[in-house]
Design a binder for this molecule. Structure first.
Ligand SMILES: NC(=O)c1ccc[n+]([C@@H]2O[C@H](COP(=O)([O-])OP(=O)(O)OC[C@H]3O[C@@H](n4cnc5c(N)ncnc54)[C@H](OP(=O)(O)O)[C@@H]3O)[C@@H](O)[C@H]2O)c1
Length: 247
């Protein structure tokens, strides 16, 4: 139970990768909290978690007052997981309003959560933040201009945070989870717009795989990797976490 005594908040913890991270952190001994956008989604997550104890909070990531109230509990670990893929479309096909909503969720809300969590972490002399990154942060994909720009911005937030607060015990990681079998990939496959959308479902990774790696990043074993953009497909990282090598 490597994370016992630690408190963690996972944003968007009601399904997909977030839910698997809630489970992995709780299994590692942390006291886990998560956000969801409705009471029904909290209840569904609790049902999926079964005997695993985690506290759900009804909050939209973009609601700064709600997120401040929640984060002022002072967590040791923040997982900036909540994210959206859309709008999917070439630049002449998407509206500026939808584009801005993506950036508001994937980047600005993550900045706000980070800033609020950080005040407490710096006061305590340490803390861990994991930002869910993507291959799209580093390589453009057709039809994903908002998603790519938001995730690229999030990668820069990771590096900036490490530069400014790494020497104050703040361990921050950008973590690309691979191509994972979640609802987000259902929307991506339906679009058919780029090579990622053509990957057959049977080739996608289960959410438990990145979740195990994220729980590992929250332990001191990952100290030397702090401040980096990491990818679950890295052979070295997989070895360290204890994940099977990819073919
Ligand atoms: N799946 C992949 O292959 C993949 C690859 C690279 C990176 N990622 C990243 O990994 C993270 C999780 O992805 P996923 O595949 O698990 O996605 P998902 O299945 O679509 O789940 C997204 C989660 O984020 C929540 N969310 C979205 N907007 C929110 C908001 N404004 N406030 C609060 N919660 C919000 C959703 O809540 P609702 O249930 O209310 O919608 C849901 O819990 C994302 O940051 C994604 O970009 C995923």
């Amino acid at each position: 139970m490597t994370l016992s005594g630690k408190t963690a908040l996972v944003t968007g913890g009601n399904r997909g990768i977030g839910l698997a991270v809630v489970r992995a952190l709780a299994e590692a001994g942390a006291t886990v909290h998560f956000t969801a956008r409705s009471a029904a989604n909290i209840a569904a997550a609790q049902r999926a978690l079964g005997p695993i104890v985690a506290t759900g909070h009804h909050a939209n990531m973009t609601d700064r007052d709600a997120m401040t109230t929640l984060l002022d509990q002072g967590f040791d670990i923040l997982i900036n997981n909540a994210g959206v893929i859309g709008p999917i479309g070439r630049m002449l096909e998407v509206s500026p309003e939808d584009w801005a909503r993506n950036i508001e969720t994937n980047l600005i809300a993550a900045f706000h959560a980070t800033q609020t969590a950080l005040r407490h972490m710096v006061g305590k002399g340490g803390g861990t933040i994991v930002n869910l990154s993507s291959g799209a942060a580093h390589r453009p994909q057709e039809g994903w201009s908002a998603y790519c720009a938001g995730k690229a911005g999030l990668a820069m937030l990771t590096w900036s945070l490490h530069l400014e607060y790494g020497d104050q015990g703040i361990r921050v990681f950008g973590f690309a989870p691979g191509v994972v079998d979640t609802d987000m990939q259902v929307s991506i496959r339906a679009s058919g717009i780029n090579p990622v959308s053509k990957i057959p479902r049977e080739n996608l990774a289960p959410a438990e795989e990145p979740a195990r790696a994220i729980a590992w990043l929250c332990t001191p074993a990952a100290d030397a990797l702090a401040g980096q953009e990491l990818d679950v497909r890295s052979p070295d990282l997989r070895r360290s976490v204890g994940l099977e090598a990819l073919e």
